[in-house]
Design a protein around this ligand. Structure first.
Ligand SMILES: [Zn+2]
Length: 417
């Protein structure tokens, strides 16, 4: 097949471990990578558009596996809080008056900021407002429609609501890069019945599903004993059924006991895990998303990413929303991790930001590498002239280079010109 577009650059990272120099990526008509080849060979191809990025590196598109684009407008508005539940309460209050138009604008701004920092794929939590077509360009989006409710009696109506949103999404003009999926919110807010129904729904659709889990010590305490800040929080919201009883388990053990963990499950945060929880996640082949700067924003203890990776669990990276972070840039997350977690290798950080995120969002063997047959989603970074290849990835993670372009299906979606 002859290429439609050829992207050239001084460096091309095809996999987290494979760096090529003076190479080109040839992209087919249908937006897939043909075999990377030398620039000399690429010159002989005729009829293809050639984009030469010069002193730059082309890498697999960065994946933000957990964010809430609809909360982008909350940037800087929730910095003062006394506890996690106080923050959550303020967040609920802030968005209470938002109209669908407010949500759309906030989501569009999040999509723009994502593209403008090199993100090609997002796992995006939405609350009934994320489906309508966005104006402007957008990364690939797996939109997880959020559902919650601790009363098991409300599980059936909640899923009926999800079906209605999906039906409406099917009727509206939506972008072909969107995947529609579901997210039961968190163990402290969602009944076991609703988890079962949501997981079965995802299974039927062959789509991933995601949930926040084991995010705070307050959540663990509430699940163990039924008291603490989460009891107060849920009572204040009128969301705690009178007959709710604490399971007496770690939230991950509880999800496992429900039978919902599995390869299509993406657990968000997992900041507090015991060895039993890690073993259960590994056995079920679920994935985890770690949101490093949001984790720091709330002052959590050191994240167990090292133990998760040692157990063979794929860990992706997420920014969470701008209600608990300063940017939607995965490159910023990678650099943050590189500076602080000397127990992680540059390749592990790269894998988290590319292959693991893509697989967790349902794109196994389609995204995350620049290899033959994969979609040509790429992040282009400008590099200082004369930079040398030894330790190139280390230098980038130390801060060398800056975002230049975001490419999806071989097409430039956003670029710094
Ligand atoms: Zn979140």
């Amino acid at each position: 097949m002859s290429p439609k577009v050829i992207h050239r650059a001084r460096f091309i990272l095809t996999h987290p471990e494979i760096l090529l120099e003076n190479t080109a990526v040839l992209v087919s008509e249908d937006g897939r990578v043909l075999e990377p080849c030398s620039q000399a060979d690429a010159r002989t191809e005729t009829g293809a558009e050639i984009i030469d990025w010069g002193d730059a590196i082309i890498m697999p598109g960065l994946v933000n596996a957990h964010t809430h684009l609809e909360l982008t407008a909350l940037y800087g508005r929730l910095r003062e809080f006394s506890s996690f539940t106080d923050w959550a309460f303020r967040l609920i209050k802030e968005r209470r008056t938002w109209t669908p138009e407010d949500y759309r604008r906030s989501t569009e701004e999040g999509a723009r900021l994502s593209l403008a920092s090199g993100t090609t794929l997002v796992g995006d939590i939405a609350s009934g407002n994320g489906w309508s077509a966005l104006s402007g360009e957008c990364p690939r989006r797996v939109v997880f429609e959020e559902t919650l409710g601790l009363d098991p009696e409300l599980a059936a109506p909640a899923m009926a609501g999800i079906h209605a949103v999906f039906d409406q999404a099917g009727r509206e003009e939506t972008r072909p890069v969107q995947v529609h999926a579901v997210s039961p919110h968190a163990p402290y807010s969602t009944s076991g019945e609703l988890y079962r129904r949501a997981a079965a729904f995802a299974e039927n659709r062959k789509a991933p599903w995601t949930t926040h889990a084991a995010e705070t010590t307050g959540e663990l305490r509430f699940f163990k004993t039924g008291d603490g800040e989460f009891r107060e929080f849920l009572t204040r919201l009128g969301a705690l059924p009178e007959n709710w009883r604490a399971p007496g388990l770690h939230p991950v053990a509880w999800l496992d006991a429900l039978g919902v963990l599995g390869p299509s499950c993406l657990l968000v945060h997992c900041n507090y895990l015991d060895e039993d929880a890690i073993a259960r996640i590994a056995r079920s082949k679920s994935s985890v998303v770690y949101c490093p700067r949001s984790h720091a924003f709330f002052g959590h203890e050191k994240h167990p990413i090292r133990r998760l990776l040692n157990a063979g669990i794929p860990v992706a990276l997420g920014t969470d929303s701008l209600a608990s972070n300063d940017s939607l840039s995965i490159l910023d997350e990678m650099r943050y991790l590189y500076a602080r977690r000397k127990d992680l290798t540059p390749e592990e950080i790269l894998r988290a930001a590319t292959i693991h995120g893509a697989a967790a969002l349902g794109f196994t063997d389609r995204l995350g590498r620049l290899t033959s047959g994969f979609f040509a989603d790429m992040t282009v970074l400008n590099l200082p002239p004369g930079i040398k290849s030894p330790r190139l990835i280390d230098q980038i993670l130390e801060g060398a280079g800056s975002w230049r372009a975001t490419v999806i299906n071989g097409r430039v979606k956003s670029a710094f010109l």
